[in-house]
Design a protein around this ligand. Structure first.
Ligand code: 4AD
Ligand code: MG
Length: 480
């Protein structure tokens, strides 16, 4: 008797071998055919029971959602849906699922809306779609580590609770141990954070970049891969309040090197999952194609999911300066179908997602790396160019997603950095340790941040970012 996962059994050709397998019932037909799933693969294992010789009470308990243990023999299947099946010799119910209650959940075998699935995020992993997305997500995570470890990057764990605002954008969740109903006060009435456990105002990190920079100044090349938090109240299909970010940081690397690294990295992880998640990706591609059919023509994707993935692998990302991009947008003709209802921008304005999508999907028809943005719309730590008005920033824009990566060459010159901080009212006292990295052996260095959920979104073709993270944290969802 071999204890096995369904993924292995479905590949096996050891007919007459005895297998022991445990999983959850997806369906039970004709008192005879159980479709069993254990999460190891998209596919179900057909387990056939001899109902005439099975206890009636036991048969009644084989319900959708129940956890069962099955022992049986591997046989070639007569059915057209599957190659093999298990002829059951022993069946045990490990955990019942009452059909009267199941029918009110998303486990009930009918089509449920994505909103409904989100309301039962603890159960949605038992659906084909979420099983596939979560397996792809897991493999992508592994590929992220594999890529950087093979390149001899060191993995660093940067703090979750921090006193600094790495992006200087003020979108932070406060962390405090004070009793906010009755907080200790300063003389002027403000909350006295000195009495807090941390002795100062702290928040959940928006990015591990500043700490990663410090570590790159000793370990040479590092990467983080951890949760980050943004208290921005954006209800879009691309924003979460809690998301995972991958942030490499490399000493002695300029912006060109940074672009090369980002492109190589993205292609590597995509290639990896295309090789290792074939079945799940094919399923997600079919799913996307059938969803697409329901959309108005103008909103349908030009390419299938697999074509889109191959397209990224086969093409060089187009590298374009912000100034060139603005010229393209200014000269673009308004789209009659209103798919891109963009306004022609002036130099200095931040690009809206419509502009990004126009550049990627209509103009270049390729992933785009935009670089050298106006200093005024980017964070304080980016290196100022000789023109004194642009910084060595880069954003990578992807079809259907928009910005997937944000990065830059960092300002390594102490005096310039101090001037920029002063102009933006960022206190030197707070970032004294960061400034130290520019005092002791400063050097050219660069890095970027890739939003992991946006990558999973792109890879799986899911339209809403809430559907690529196990338990999404958004202004509406923090229950679980
Ligand atoms: O562009 P951002 O804000 O850059 C940084 O945080 C830098 N410190 C990164 C670095 O240079 N080390 O964020 C980086 C990426 C974005 O391109 C996007 O993919 C993702 O993080 N991102 C979000 N993903 C989901 N929900 C949100 N609210 C996000 N905000 C940013
Ligand atoms: Mg950004």
């Amino acid at each position: 008797m071999i204890q096995a996962k369904i993924a292995e059994i479905l590949e096996s050709d050891q007919f007459l071998q005895e297998y022991h397998v445990k999983g959850w019932v997806r369906s039970f037909r004709s008192n005879r055919f159980i479709a069993l799933n254990d999460g190891s693969t998209l596919k179900n294992l057909q387990c056939v029971i001899d109902f005439e010789n099975t206890d009636e009470e036991l048969l009644k308990r084989i319900n959708v959602g129940a956890a069962i243990s099955v022992k049986g023999t591997l046989k070639e299947s007569m059915g057209s849906q599957q190659r093999v099946e298990i002829e059951v010799t022993e069946l045990e119910i490990l955990g019942d699922a009452n059909p009267e209650e199941v029918k009110f959940t998303i486990l009930s075998p009918k089509k449920h809306s994505m909103e409904k699935l989100r309301e039962q995020a603890h159960l949605r992993v038992r659906t084909n779609t979420f099983g596939a997305v979560m397996r792809v997500r897991s493999k992508l995570s592994f590929a992220v580590h594999k890529f950087f470890q093979e390149k001899n990057f060191h993995y660093v764990n940067t703090p979750i609770i921090t006193g600094s605002d790495a992006e200087g954008a003020g979108e932070m969740f406060r962390v405090t141990s004070l009793d906010l109903k009755n907080p200790p006060k300063n003389e002027d009435g403000s909350i006295n954070y000195k009495e807090d456990f941390f002795g100062k105002e702290t928040n959940l990190t928006v990015s591990g970049q500043l700490e990663a920079e410090a570590f790159a100044m000793g370990l040479g090349q590092v990467y983080t891969f951890g949760p980050t938090f943004r208290a921005e109240n954006s209800n879009t299909s691309r924003h979460l309040a809690e998301f995972w970010m991958i942030e490499p940081e490399v000493a002695f690397c300029d912006l060109d090197g940074n672009m090369d690294l980002a492109e190589e990295f993205i292609k590597y992880v995509l290639k990896y999952v295309m090789r290792h998640c074939k079945e799940d990706l094919e399923f997600l591609a079919e799913r996307q194609a059938s969803e697409d059919k329901l959309k108005p023509k103008a909103e349908r994707s030009d390419m299938s999911l697999l074509e889109k993935l191959n397209f990224v692998l086969d093409n060089n990302f187009k590298r374009v300066s912000y100034t060139e991009a603005i010229e393209i947008l200014k000269n673009s003709k308004p789209n009659k179908k209103k798919k891109f209802n963009y306004i022609i921008e002036e130099w200095g304005a931040d690009l809206q997602s419509e502009h990004e999508r126009y550049l990627v999907e209509k103009h270049f028809k390729s992933p785009v790396i935009l670089f050298d943005y106006p200093a005024s719309i980017k964070a304080f730590y980016m290196r100022l160019n000789e023109d004194q008005k642009t910084v060595r920033a880069m954003d990578i824009l992807f079809p259907g997603i928009g910005e997937i990566v944000g990065g830059s060459q960092r300002e390594e010159r102490l005096e310039v950095l101090k001037e920029k901080m002063e102009a933006l009212d960022i206190s030197e006292e707070e970032l004294w340790w960061y400034l130290d990295t520019r005092k002791f052996g400063t050097c050219v260095h660069s890095g970027f941040g890739l939003g992991f959920e946006r990558l999973v979104q792109f890879t799986t073709g899911m339209t809403n970012i809430r559907d690529v993270i196990p338990f999404p944290r958004t202004p509406q969802n923090a229950e679980f």
